[in-house]
Ligand binder design. Structure first.
Ligand SMILES: Nc1ncnc2c1ncn2[C@@H]1O[C@H](COP(=O)(O)OP(=O)(O)OP(=O)(O)O)[C@@H](O)[C@H]1O
Ligand SMILES: [Mg+2]
Length: 300
């Protein structure tokens, strides 16, 4: 058909590439002009070779007219530095018990080292990333979480979405570290999944994507669940031994985001190169998709 001098196998390969691009077109149309909140998990970030494909994916999103807002975790990294300093780490239902020392470590690691590394990697790939924590501009106002009391673990009471919208409207990509503050200036550690969900709700995001280090949500028999509803998430959370550790706040915040009107929450495997682009621009989803309950979907 084309290029009569090309050997047939090359012709096939080239045409297949074009098909892939054309196949992405309806997805690009769908997401253009929308905000997508992406939670970059600490476990996925631990794999250095994946920082590059992640940055490339974000660059592609930006060029496709999407406004990505990134929230990052850093659980394993906070635990490592705590260990180096001789500070003990305890989790309750996937949330880090945060005494004053642990709060210092979390602030140093999340708002310092990790935030800087992610922003640097994105800027290297021509993404105008801007790093901020929930303290900047009062982005994330929180109060001490009371039940259970985990020390300086905060629950979000207010989000200043205008800060992120202003950045996004000017073509900047906000990269948020999950440290919040209260009205007295006290800092709090907030689970990054919760922050991502709160930001998605405040921005009216189209989607919330959690990038993790597992294939997705695993069910009772350890099988990958490729799609489930909000109500089914709550059922799984109620069953003992199925959803554990960091997956507890992740599912709870997914349910909260859907309730707030986010149409889709995705859990994707950050160990798969270009997982984000595959999830957003191809028909084959790579992980778990969580959908609203029928009555939520009807809500305005
Ligand atoms: N049913 C389940 N399906 C999948 N993962 C599960 C399940 N139950 C528990 N997990 C664990 O939850 C972990 C994900 O939560 P975790 O908080 O560790 O990662 P993250 O949120 O990506 O990182 P960070 O908290 O640093 O941002 C998985 O690595 C897995 O070990
Ligand atoms: Mg987590």
């Amino acid at each position: 058909v084309t290029g009569p001098d090309l050997p047939p196998q090359i012709r096939q390969r080239t045409v297949a590439k074009a098909h892939t691009l054309i196949e992405a077109l309806p997805f690009m149309r769908e997401h253009r002009g929308k905000v997508i909140v992406i939670k970059y998990g600490g476990a996925a970030m631990d794999s250095a070779p994946l920082a590059r494909p992640f940055a490339e994916d974000i660059a592609l999103l930006v060029h496709a007219g999407i406004s990505p807002v990134i929230v990052h975790g850093g659980g394993p990294q906070v635990t490592r530095v705590s260990q180096q300093l001789g500070i003990e780490t305890t989790f309750v239902d996937g949330l880090r018990v945060t005494d004053a020392q642990t709060l210092d470590v979390a602030t140093m690691v999340l708002a310092g080292t990790l935030n800087t590394a992610i922003v640097a990697s994105l800027v290297t790939h021509d993404v105008s990333a801007v790093g901020l924590s929930g303290v900047d501009g009062g982005l994330l106002m929180a109060r001490r979480q009371s039940a259970p009391d985990l020390g300086f673990v905060g629950e979000v009471v207010h989000v200043r979405g205008d800060i992120l919208r202003t950045l996004a409207d000017r073509g900047f990509v906000p990269v948020v570290a999950s440290i919040a503050m209260d009205e007295f200036g006290q800092a709090y550690n907030v689970n990054a999944d919760v922050v991502a969900s709160e930001l998605a709700a405040a921005l009216g995001a189209e989607k919330l994507v959690y990038i993790n280090d597992v294939p997705g949500l695993m069910g009772t028999g350890g099988e990958l669940i490729s799609e489930l509803s909000s109500a089914q998430c709550l059922d799984l959370l109620a069953q003992p031994g199925v959803v554990e550790g960091g997956m507890i706040p992740k599912l709870e915040s997914a349910v909260a985001a859907l309730k707030a009107g986010i149409a889709r929450v995705h859990l994707v495997d950050g160990r798969v190169e270009h997982a984000l682009v595959l999830e957003l621009f191809t028909p084959e989803g790579v992980g778990t998709m969580i959908t609203p309950d029928a009555d939520e979907e009807l809500a305005p």
